[in-house]
Write a protein that binds this ligand. Structure first.
Ligand code: A2R
Length: 314
């Protein structure tokens, strides 16, 4: 099987390249001209998905069996500051990819559109575990563009019979993730404190919110299994299916620290409208592929902490 990862230079891309190469796929990956992919197990192509003709050229050159569309403006914070850019990349960019796929000479090409659990947004009490059929109520620009990506995917599936799978990935984490995400943030702070680069004080936001965390290595395995066994036209939640409080994440991370650390609330890290619980129903992906998360949250936290300990300039 020949795979093309669009947006392969990001956090998930590196793991997905390894997962697919390990499973025997011929792997091609794209990155922006400003980015780099250092991985010998894939062929790299530069691509800006806003350039439709370039998307067509890469698709025709590689002629993949399956495309993993990861390219995105993936930051919620940036999406507030740059809504037009976020809409351009996440919506127009996706349309460019789908149009290029529609025009491609190859008939049996599958695509996974990677969306987000954020698409559900403000969910009503009692909706959790939230299933794929639940209405979407996005609460930020990023989430709205990802919901739109999924809707356009469904339309292309129905109208043009393209082989499209929509994915809603919930929180995922692991070594190498940027510290704007909670597990990476806590682990980085601990590593800095252990090296005495920081006061022994952990800054936190809202600790009572319950979120569903999956290791990125499990997530990319889910993507591979969906590419192999997922049902065309279907939308799949990808997550552990067991939410925990951010307090639990903090306590687990602190229990691994090599020194005493006190906890301090940082008002700048509190979000105005934090939804109390977000937990996916993952029965559909389990039924269709047999996938479920296997790596424990403790392991993810330990590996992320070790990552920051060995990356001194953090
Ligand atoms: O924004 P950058 O410079 O980090 O580049 C990102 C890249 N990208 C693009 N690629 C092609 N054409 C564009 N116009 C364009 N704009 C941005 O896509 C980055 O290298 C990659 C996305 O990777 P991350 O931002 O690290 O996301 P991550 O965590 O790998 O998540 C993968 C997917 C995304 O669609 C998320 O929205 C979803 O999973 O949850």
């Amino acid at each position: 099987m020949k795979a093309l990862i669009i947006g392969g230079a990001g956090f998930v891309g590196g793991y997905l390249i390894r997962e697919l190469a390990g499973a025997g796929f011929e792997v091609h990956a794209t990155c922006l001209p400003s980015e780099k992919i250092d991985n010998e197990s894939c062929t790299v192509h530069t691509l800006d998905i806003l350039e439709k003709d370039d998307v067509t050229a890469v698709l025709n050159k590689v002629s993949p069996d399956v495309i993993f569309h990861l390219a995105a403006q993936s930051s919620v914070a940036v999406s507030w500051k740059k809504p037009q850019l976020t809409a351009d990349i996440n919506i127009k960019g996706t349309i460019n990819v789908l149009e290029a796929m529609r025009e491609a000479q190859k008939q049996d090409m599958r695509i996974l559109l990677i969306g987000s659990g954020e698409e559900y947004g403000f969910i009503h009490e009692g909706a959790c575990p939230i299933s794929e059929s639940e209405p979407l109520n996005p609460g930020n620009i990023y989430a709205a563009t990802k919901a739109c990506q999924g809707m356009i995917g469904e339309i292309y599936f129905r109208a043009y019979k393209l082989d499209i799978i929509m994915v809603r990935a919930f929180n995922h984490s692991g070594p190498g993730q940027l510290p704007m995400f909670v597990i990476s943030d806590f682990c980085r702070q601990i590593a800095q404190i252990e090296k005495a680069e920081h006061e022994p004080e952990m800054m936190t936001g809202n600790l009572s919110a319950m979120r569903d965390f999956t290791d990125v290595r499990d997530v990319v395995r889910a993507y591979r299994l969906l590419a192999e066994k997922g049902v065309s036209g279907q939308t799949y939640n990808v997550g552990r299916g067991q939410a925990v409080t951010v307090q639990t994440i903090l306590d687990t991370a602190l229990s691994m620290a090599e020194c005493e650390i006190s906890v301090k609330r940082d008002p700048s890290r509190m979000r105005a409208s934090d939804i109390p619980i977000i937990e996916p129903d993952v029965s559909r992906i389990f039924a269709d592929t047999g996938w479920r998360a296997e790596i424990s949250m403790e392991q993810t936290i330990r590996d992320t902490l070790d990552y920051w300990r060995s990356n001194t300039q953090n």
